[in-house]
Design a protein. Structure first.
Length: 403
């Protein structure tokens, strides 16, 4: 119905329109092109929680969206004054109601993407608006659970929103943030991006973590991606990135802190095998969700700093291997962890010992049934190393349809 509506709109406006398997594109008479595309996915997720700190053994079923939300994306592109101009708007709803018995109170429309792009003759561009952050971006984009479910969080089996994949179980969530980012040409063997981002405030959390609510300057994030030439059909991608932000507790308190992080990874494709490894570390860049036990990005931190304002340390990484078992099917296995440490011997924490660690193990089968339709089956074991949390098993099967 949506494609039919857009096609009729195109005819009414006197423009040409084409409908393909991966979206509908209309060529406007003024030289601009309009494209509509996206995906819808639905998974049956079965969670079995071990008996332990959270109570007796418990199982739960949910029909829900996976790590990717559904997406409805609108693009418009044109050329003026030698510049390649564009806008992108992406709606990202979920199918589940977040535990509600009626209506759609929990099926939120997540406005993740609203940005413009200015492209130059050399292939470089400026992006301004809300889009995925740079720090840990490649870590999540190369995670196989991006097309599945992965972890769900210790108390999130019936929750609204997406699942976690490996967010908090191997990397921090880049989040979709307001930004102005410059990127060199993607065609280059080495591409770099640097951006100024809406700064994040740090709410007060447990264990004496103070709040930092004054942000005088934007957060800075950078990313460098290299794609060295390889022999035959082999491919190699290497990436490094970083972020830095300074914060103050309040205008009345002359107490500042810095949040800084470094990340990197590699993806190697050889024959039918693909191997991914990534790692991140930093100070004051992560935080613990009291409900789910996972770590998010800088803006989610609730225990990122000790009581004296010293940043607690976080690190994590993933290892992943996948194999193409035929033209349309791939199987994969991955492991990842995230650790929260004390702030160090110079802080009120007293040491930099590990305070908690979360890890998960995932095996998955991903079958491309048609050009647009993907079938997914996954199993994940969550090991939640925080006091008061139980481990659990997650099984998921579902469909992903891209258009």
């Amino acid at each position: 119905m949506k494609r039919l509506t857009l096609l009729l709109l195109g005819l009414a406006l006197g423009v040409s329109a084409t409908a393909g398997a991966q979206g509908l594109t209309m060529q406007m008479s003024n030289g601009w092109a309009f494209t509509f595309g996206g995906n819808v996915n639905a998974f049956w997720v079965f969670t079995s929680r071990d008996s332990g700190p959270q109570g007796p053994k418990l199982s739960n079923s949910s029909i829900r969206t996976g790590l990717l939300p559904a997406f409805a994306t609108f693009d418009a592109k044109g050329k003026e004054g030698g510049l390649n101009l564009g806008i992108h708007i992406g709606f990202a709803p979920q199918i589940q109601n977040g535990g509600n018995a009626h209506d759609q109170f929990g099926a939120n429309i997540d406005m993740r993407q609203v940005y413009l792009t200015i492209g130059f003759k050399d292939g470089s561009q400026i992006l301004a608006g809300r889009e995925l952050g740079l720090f840990d971006r490649q870590n999540i984009l190369n995670d196989m659970t991006l097309f599945g479910v992965g972890a769900v969080g210790a108390l999130n089996a019936q929750g609204g929103g997406t699942t976690l994949g490996r967010i908090g179980y191997g990397y921090l969530y880049p989040n979709f943030n307001a930004q102005v980012t410059y990127s060199s040409a993607a065609k280059n063997q080495v591409q770099f991006s640097v951006g100024l981002f809406q700064p994040s405030v740090i709410p007060a959390g447990g264990a004496g973590s103070p709040a930092f609510s004054v942000t005088s300057i934007p957060r800075v994030e950078v990313e460098v991606v290299g794609r060295p030439k390889m022999s035959g059909n082999s491919k190699l991608m290497i990436w490094v990135g970083g972020e830095w932000q300074t914060l103050k507790r309040s205008a009345a308190i002359d107490s500042s802190a810095s949040a800084v992080g470094v990340t990197g990874g590699v993806k190697l494709d050889v024959s039918e095998f693909s191997v991914v490894a990534s790692y991140y570390f930093g100070s004051g860049i992560g935080g613990v969700s009291a409900a789910a036990g996972n770590t998010g990005g800088l803006g989610f931190a609730t225990t990122a700093f000790a009581g004296d304002g010293t940043g607690r340390k976080f690190d994590g990484g993933i290892g992943q291997v996948s194999y193409k078992a035929g033209a349309k099917t791939s199987v994969g296995a991955s492991w990842g962890f995230t650790r929260q440490k004390a702030a160090g011997t110079s802080s009120s924490d007293g040491s930099d010992a590990v305070l908690a660690q979360w890890s998960s193990y995932t095996g998955g089968i991903y079958h491309q049934w048609t050009k647009s339709l993907k079938l997914v089956a996954e199993y994940t074991r969550e090991v939640n190393g925080r006091a008061g949390q139980s481990n659990q098993n997650i099984g998921a099967v579902g469909f992903m349809l891209f258009f």
